[in-house]
Ligand binder design. Structure first.
Ligand code: ZN
Length: 122
């Protein structure tokens, strides 16, 4: 299952961040998911919940923003947008040229919002 592997990867990154910044609580994780990754947000959320059950991340909110495809025509330079991932071949509507994909393949953690233990560190 695609999403489980992504959730595991995500958890690893979040755990490293927790260690680095000595977080005692993580409120929210903001993700940007390109539509071409074909990630199903509900499935990712489900996997995440399963992995973080009974941990400090159990109640962490996952904010998922789906990034549409943005591309530019290699022929005429026209910028095109697609809200779908079922176009296997992206061609320019104006000149029929090949589209270079600029966004839509990313899977990024935008932000990890948490609370540190600064109070107890001094
Ligand atoms: Zn074009």
């Amino acid at each position: 299952m695609h999403e489980l592997a992504i959730a595991e990867n995500l958890l690893q990154i979040v755990n490293e961040t927790i260690k680095q910044h000595h977080l005692i609580k993580v409120e929210r994780i903001k993700l940007k998911i390109g539509i071409l990754t074909a990630v199903v947000p509900e499935a990712l959320e489900f996997s995440w919940r399963a992995l973080t059950k009974d941990t400090m991340l159990e109640h962490t909110q996952l904010d998922m923003e789906i990034v549409p495809v943005k591309g530019r025509c290699k022929g005429c330079g026209k910028e095109v947008f697609y809200e779908t991932n079922d176009a296997f071949c992206f061609l320019c509507p104006d000149c029929g040229g090949e589209i270079e994909i600029l966004t839509g393949r990313e899977l990024n953690i935008e932000e990890i919002e948490g609370e540190g233990d600064e109070d107890s560190s001094c």
